[in-house]
Design a protein around this ligand. Structure first.
Ligand code: ADP
Length: 255
């Protein structure tokens, strides 16, 4: 294992010592799924009677084989889709009842990153992040102040004017994390964020997600990476056939 790889792992494991306190003592429920199901084509139960609560400060791994329902669960939580039945409370509000005009405001409070980054091509790092603020009608002056600060948080200051095509996979994922953070979300959902990355970049991204979590953002990490999940020693929610088959406080990757 490389030195960087080891350093990131050590950082994560040493962080766990002090974090076990803040996350577990704080019982404020921020997210609650109440008997949530999503059925496609009347017979595919992509999510089947899911119930769980998530509190301030938690870092959760969401695991399960392909087709288990992880992406559907994430789309329900981001309000990209509505469940067939059940309620999803986020900060005491049932998001399944959000009106169309309320959705953009909800989306700002939930950052999402993906395996394939979904960056704007032919634009620089700066422009990719500024764009997320422009579409939210943030004033130019504020954009020019905020973007460099966010880029610094993800460690990309030296690449601020690079075109996204020139970046490594790990750097691209940093840009997408920066973009997800522009509105200071209370929740960051990472859907297989390291699926396209080499082991060194994987640990750097996990370390960054850990740092963001330490600043108070809930992180939900959907992943197939057993080594990552087992190293994190955090809560693990496991799904299979749409059902939550286990939910463990200091879980391991078990399928
Ligand atoms: P995972 O992310 O764990 O791989 P998914 O949530 O993508 O699982 O899929 C769960 C199940 O729901 C699968 O059987 C999948 O084929 C089905 N599914 C997901 N999205 C749709 C859709 N838009 N239309 C029909 N079936 C879907």
């Amino acid at each position: 294992m490389s030195e960087i790889n080891l350093k990131s792992k050590e950082y994560i494991q040493s962080s766990n010592a002090d974090l076990s306190s803040s996350a577990q003592k704080n019982s404020d429920t921020v997210i609650e799924f109440k008997n949530v199901s999503k059925t496609y084509q009347q017979c595919i139960r992509a999510v089947d009677s899911a119930s769980f609560k998530i509190s301030v400060g938690e870092f959760i791994s969401l695991v399960g084989p392909s087709g288990a329902g992880k992406s559907t669960l994430i789309r329900l939580l981001t309000a990209a889709e509505k469940p067939t039945s059940g309620q999803i409370y986020v900060a005491s509000r049932d998001i399944t009842q959000l009106k169309k005009q309320e959705l953009p405001f909800y989306h700002r409070k939930v950052g999402v990153i993906f395996q394939d980054f979904k960056l704007l091509p032919r634009k620089t790092v700066y422009e990719n992040i500024a764009f997320a603020l422009e579409v939210a009608d943030i004033a130019n002056k504020e954009i020019t102040e905020r973007v460099p600060k966010i880029i610094e948080i993800v460690g990309l200051t030296s690449r601020i004017n690079a075109m996204t095509e020139e970046l490594s996979g790990g750097e691209k994922q940093r840009v997408s994390i920066a973009r997800a953070l522009v509105h200071n979300p209370k929740l960051l959902i990472a859907d297989e964020p390291t699926g396209n990355l080499d082991p060194v970049s994987t640990w750097e991204i996990i370390e960054l997600l850990f740092k963001i979590n330490k600043q108070g953002t809930i992180v939900i990490l959907a992943t197939h990476d057993k080594e990552v999940v087992d190293t994190l020693e955090r809560r693990v929610i496991s799904m299979r056939d749409g059902k939550i088959i286990s939910d463990q406080e200091k879980g391991k990757y078990v399928l």
